[in-house]
Every structure is written in C-alpha cells, then in structure tokens.
Design a protein around this ligand. Sequence first.
Ligand code: DC
Length: 227
Amino acid sequence: MTIPDIIIAIDGYSSTGKSSFAKKIARKFNFLYLDSGALYRGVTLFAQEEGFINRLAEINRALKDALAQLDLHFGAEGKLYMGPRCIEQQIRSMEVSAQVSPIAAVPYVRAWVDEKLREFGKKGRIVMDGRDIGTAVFPNAQLKIFMTASEQVRAQRRYDELVAKGENPLLEEVVKNLRERDYIDSHRETNPLRRAEDAFELDNSEMTFEEELAWVQGLIQGKFGIL
Ligand code: DC
C-alpha cells in the first residue's frame, strides 16, 4: 500500500506506546519517524548537566539564552545527539523523566522545540509523536491520532522498559511519575496535551501491534481512498 506524502501526528499520554506505534507506521509506509519528546528530554539533560536546574528544581532564566548554542539533532536510526555525543540512553533515565515535564511547560523551551520540529516537518512523509503535534505543531496534519491506554497498562509498560534498560525502578515510583507528568502535560498553559477535534482516538490497552497496524491501515485506506 502506497500512501501520499502526508504528515501523521500522534499525540497522547505518557507510555501509551506512541513511539513504538509511530515507528511501526514509519517502517510500514517508508516514512521518517520523529520523536518530539526526545527534544524536550534533550533540553532537560542539557539543563541538568549545565546547572540550569538548581536543587529546588527551579529553572534558571539563563537557560533561554543558552538554548541558542544548543545543538540537538537526530542521527542514525533516529537517535538523539547533543553535538557529537549520542545522548539517547541518558535522556530515557528516571532523572530526566522526573524533570522533563516542568521543562516542557516553559514557553520559550516549547518555542525552541517547535521551531526545530517544523523545520524537520518540511520534508513531508513524516510521522511525529508527542503531546501537541496535532493541536499546535502541525494543526494541518492530514492524519491525527490520539492514543490512550489504562494507567495500569501504561505503568507496566514503562516499568518493563526501564528494567530492560538495566534500571531498578519501583513500580509505585513509575506510577507516581506517570501521574505527575500527565497532570503537568495536560494542565500547563502553553499548548497542553489534549485531543485535537479531528483526531482519531485509539485505546490500545488490549491491542497487539498487529491489531494497531491493521487499525491504522484501515483508517488510511478509508481517509485517502486507497485500495
Ligand atoms: O513522550 P515523552 O515521554 O518522551 O515526552 C517527554 C516529555 O516531554 C513529556 O513529559 C511531555 C513533553 N512533551 C511535550 O510537552 N510536547 C511534546 N510534543 C512532546 C513531549
């Protein structure tokens, strides 16, 4: 099945499986996959390493100027780089996860990330996942999907992911972090997480990857009249 050069926007709560789903779509239809959350995580790691977050978790205003010098880009296999350094592993740690939502709520951080995302989006034929892709970054995206799943399923997925990476998390900590992030992401002032009116909702709590792919394939066929 060949599909047009569209932008596919996938939004939803943390650990709903957005990135796995988006990667599968990208592979299936030969699209470029872009993980917008990785950029927020990259800015968070930068802010932590450079001391822009103090012990009270306050964000130093000087971060705004420092962003002008920050080089974050995607390299081979969609991994995130800070200058020459691959930071894919560090940005997935619990430390970064614990501080990324407040950083992502800062308006100048969002403006900085949005500019990068729109630049990447010029290429077309991309699938991008995040919290505000269909509502703010690409409001004209031709296909929008909003993903949800039960809290229990999401927490277990995140827990398994961390364990697979060699971390030793407590399930309660993972649940707490999910709840905090969901709350901050959907209550912040600038472009909070919400379902775009024209987004199709997918609750994948009890779905396999194959079922998810079949669902999106049906959606694309129906929407673009492809046989
Ligand atoms: O998808 P993720 O868990 O890697 O995202 C990390 C954080 O970045 C998440 O707490 C919300 C924020 N984010 C955002 O505000 N807007 C996006 N488009 C993507 C992520």
